[in-house]
Design a protein around this ligand. Structure first.
Ligand code: UD1
Length: 380
């Protein structure tokens, strides 16, 4: 830890969506331990429902945002543009020493762009991940953010290779591990050992399902086929299904509410708080999801994960972890489901640097990086 500077560095930490909050929480805490750094939480308002937002701040101990941009929902263009415009105003009034962005959501790219154009250094946590699928909005957000970031902090080895291939110089890249896993580890430590019991379901006797990607929910034919499949699977293994607001809206628009509500093995819930979801995930026989974060969390927890995507930007979850890509094809999903039920599934290995201490490494790097930049600019 460095000695206290006469003027501390203010570091903006930008979050807009549920997975951002989970990544920001440990980094904010770790930065506070450095006397020369003052973390400042900036909330874009991309997610705004209590269940997607307030609950996470409370549970993860994130301080009230110093700035709330209140952008809400909209098309990609609208949402990104509103964030860009409103964050730029804040930066002009109150420029930080650096802006830290997380992950791959619209808030990430918009705030990175606003900052870099004003000469404010951008630090990207969870840099370098690539699905190589440019139909995903997140892939575009990742590519653009990494192209303009000054310091790229990477969660798994594939990220380092991707950045090198894209011509990012070594001095900007650091493999720090996975800050999302810090939150899993910290939450598990606090959780009591009691097994989760939800409506009489025993540990290991149910599956957990989540679904929210545009590729799975925006097309009513795909959505209907997945919901029918869940209904069939739930006759063999009860399924708990916390529903993302985007998915809830798509189900209503497609007139599929009855299918969800009248299937006895399918337990539909609203979007869950972080700890509740983690408890359900930990004790599940399997997880069926299209969430990037849950691919990583199940790898850490060593719970079988059927990933409803055709590609992943997190290949370590397949190479070392417990995840298998099953797309949204019912035959592939059934086949993987049977393998899990038959016990024919890899147990998974530990992923290097997914050790619950990634945020400490992030904070130490930010501290030394900003100090060195400070010295360089004084010398220059
Ligand atoms: C966003 C991210 C996605 C991430 C996900 C996690 C982008 C491009 N996508 O997707 O990468 O995995 O967050 O949840 O940034 N809605 C509500 N209440 C809310 C938020 C959203 O009802 O608090 C509904 C609205 O109908 C909204 C829709 O969900 O239009 C989509 O929200 P949006 O933030 O655009 O994308 P997500 O699907 O949540």
């Amino acid at each position: 830890m460095t000695r206290k500077r006469s003027v501390p560095f203010v570091v903006d930490l930008v979050a807009g969506t549920r997975p951002n909050f989970v990544k920001l929480a440990p980094v904010e805490r770790a930065l506070r331990a450095f006397p020369g750094l003052v973390p400042k939480v900036v909330h874009t308002g991309q997610h705004y429902d209590v269940a997607m937002n307030d609950v996470f701040f409370e549970e993860l101990g994130i301080p009230e945002p110093a700035v709330h941009l209140g952008v809400g929902s909209g098309s990609h263009g609208q949402q990104t543009a509103r964030i860009l415009e409103r964050y730029e105003e804040c930066l002009l009034k109150d420029p930080p020493a650096a802006t830290v962005v997380f992950g791959d959501v619209n808030s990430t790219v918009a705030c990175a762009l606003a900052a870099v154009k004003l000469g404010i250094p951008v630090i990207h946590v969870e840099a370098g991940l690539r699905s190589f699928d440019r139909t995903m909005p997140e892939e575009i957000n990742r590519l653009l953010t990494d192209a303009i970031a000054d310091l790229l902090l990477v969660s798994e080895p594939s990220g380092v290779e991707n950045l090198r291939r894209e011509g990012i110089t070594e001095d900007k890249i650091a493999l720090v591990g996975n800050v999302m896993i810090d939150t899993v580890a910290a939450t598990l430590n606090k959780m009591d050992g009691a097994a989760i019991r939800y409506r009489g379901l025993e540990p290991g006797a149910y599956g957990l399902v989540t679904l929210h990607r545009p590729s799975n929910v925006d097309n009513p034919i795909v959505l209907a086929s997945l919901l029918r499949l869940f209904a069939e699977l739930s006759a063999q293994l009860p399924l708990v299904f916390p529903i993302h607001p985007r998915t809830r809206r798509a189900v209503e628009t497609a007139g599929l509410v009855d299918l969800l509500e009248h299937t006895p093995g399918l337990h539909c819930l609203p979007a869950l708080a972080y700890g509740e979801n983690l408890a359900l995930m930990r004790a599940a026989r399997l997880v069926l999801t299209d969430s990037g974060g849950m691919q990583e969390e199940t790898t850490f927890l060593k719970v079988p994960c059927l990933t409803m995507r055709d590609n992943t930007e997190r290949p370590v979850t397949i190479k070392l972890g417990t995840s298998r890509l099953v797309g949204n094809n019912p035959a592939r999903i059934w086949s993987a489901f049977r393998d899990v039920m038959a016990g024919a599934w890899p147990g998974g290995e530990d992923v290097p640097l997914w050790d619950g201490r990634a945020a400490e490494r992030v904070a130490a790097l930010i501290d030394s990086w900003l100090s060195n930049r400070g010295k360089a600019s004084i010398a220059g």
